[in-house]
Design a protein around this ligand. Structure first.
Ligand code: UGA
Length: 436
């Protein structure tokens, strides 16, 4: 099928590349000429395992191209995906839909034949219907259908999530569009994931409800972790013990410094705003947001406590600052709260992160950067793990400790075992590990 993908952010680029890998002809469009130039040189603007190779393969096969020319890309396309950003509007919490509407109107103006406009951007309930109304008003001469197709990929595992999804959710209103969406995803049907066809409104709600539920699950285990610390229980055992119950499930029960990233913080906030406006408040989600924000601040206190109540004048090595491993994304990362708080209390912070430096340097002023964990920890009073990169899991803890001036290891992702850390000479603090 001929596909146009409007927006080459995380979702747009990964989806466009993966659809081309299915054998569809895909043209990816972005207003950002510099970004398109980079893509045309074969460079990926984001760090995402596997993406570069898949892009190269499909460009070489002639199925994938990049352009700033929306009208040319849309011409003759059977499906036009809109995957532009929906940032939080400044000062409130609503998703900013101006990019979505602008893209939909530009697409409608450029279409030369019947087509389906598919919204992949995360948009509040009612947006697809509004897009449908605007598109119909702009092009009464053309049959343009609208479908909602929210994306559930995780950064760092995006290709895998797209290629092997638990489900594909599609909101449609007519049979021809349903068939077109089935054709688009046919290669996946062979592997048997379920396609959930539903209304436009339900598809939109599924996306927000899924992210809000996952954010709630993380926040729940984080609070249980705090209680474990007070009572002598171990949160990892508790997570395993409850996760084996099929009704609960073991995923997203890793206690840590609080969730971050480009989705959970933005989407939970937007959902609560929708709830308030509809006079149907989501009190659980509102509390999750509050608890998560407070948690990020509390993590800095945890480090200061582990350092004996003060970090003034002390060198602190920070291992990992991206919001999670396998991404260079710093959006709403817990480190953006923790590192400035430590610096504000007089610490000299030295950071190491396999991919985070490019974005992180500007976002974390006053911190120094090291090439590896041993360099970061040299002479440090404490080492603090904020992001669980694999590169840190295999560290030689004895070597790390030997280079340090102090013996404090604060492991906010529980990547080390207490007994191993202690054997290497560390005074170890994890998250929710109250037991001896
Ligand atoms: C999330 C969802 O997982 C995807 O399904 C969804 O498509 C995406 O948002 C989106 O809406 O676009 P992502 O933000 O890439 O994906 O990252 P996650 O792996 O979900 O992690 C989010 C945050 O939660 C990270 O800060 C992570 O460290 C934290 N987390 C996750 C935990 O603290 N504990 C866990 O057990 C899992």
């Amino acid at each position: 099928m001929r596909v146009a993908m409007i927006g080459t952010g995380y979702v747009g680029l990964v989806s466009g590349v993966c659809f081309s890998d299915f054998g569809h002809d895909v043209v990816c469009v972005d207003l950002d000429a510099a970004k398109i130039a980079r893509l045309n040189r074969g460079e990926t603007p984001i760090y995402e395992p596997g993406l570069g190779a898949m892009m190269e393969k499909n460009v070489a096969a002639g199925r994938l191209s990049f352009t700033t020319d929306l009208a040319a890309a849309v011409k003759g396309a059977e499906a036009v995906f809109i995957a532009v950003g929906t940032p939080t509007r400044r000062g409130e919490g609503h998703a900013d839909l101006s990019y979505v509407f602008a893209a939909a109107e530009a697409v409608a103006a450029a279409l030369t034949g019947p087509s389906v406009i598919v919204l992949k951007s995360t948009v509040p309930v009612g947006t697809n219907r509004e897009v449908k109304r605007r598109v119909a008003a702009a092009r009464p001469d053309l049959a343009i259908a609208v479908a909602s197709n929210p994306e559930f990929l995780r950064e760092g595992a995006a290709i895998e999530d797209f290629m092997r999804p638990d489900r594909v959710v599609v909101g449609v209103e007519d049979d021809a569009t349903r068939k077109a969406m089935k054709r688009l995803y046919r290669p996946l049907n062979l592997r048997g994931p379920s396609m959930v066809f539903t209304s436009l409104e339900s598809a939109e709600m599924i996306k927000y409800a899924a992210n809000a539920f996952l954010a709630t699950k993380i926040t729940f285990i984080n609070e249980i972790a705090d209680l474990c610390e007070k009572t002598g229980a171990d949160v990892q055992s508790v997570a395993r013990g409850i996760g084996l119950d099929g009704r609960i499930g073991s995923k997203f029960l890793h206690a840590g410094p609080g969730y971050g990233g480009s989705c959970f913080p933005k989407d939970t906030l937007a959902l609560t705003r929708t709830g308030q406006e509809a006079n149907s408040p989501l009190r659980i989600v509102e509390t999750v947001i509050e608890v998560n924000e407070a948690r990020k601040r509390k993590m800095a206190e945890k480090v200061i406590d582990a350092c004996g109540g003060s970090v003034a004048g002390k060198r602190i090595a920070v291992l990992g600052v991206t919001f999670k491993p396998d991404t260079d994304d710093m959006r709403d990362a817990p480190s953006l709260t923790i590192v400035p708080a430590l610096i504000g209390r007089g610490a000299k912070v030295v950071i190491v992160d396999p991919e985070g430096r490019r974005e992180g340097e500007a976002l974390l002023p006053g911190a120094d950067w090291a090439e590896d964990a041993y360099e970061a920890a040299a002479g440090a009073a404490a080492a603090v793990v904020i992001t669980e990169w694999n590169a840190f899991r295999g560290l030689d803890l004895e070597r790390l400790r030997e280079g340090m001036a102090g013996d404090v290891l604060v492991d906010l992702r529980n990547i080390f075992r207490r007994d191993e850390a202690q054997a290497a000479g560390f005074a170890y603090t994890g998250v929710g590990r109250g037991s001896v």
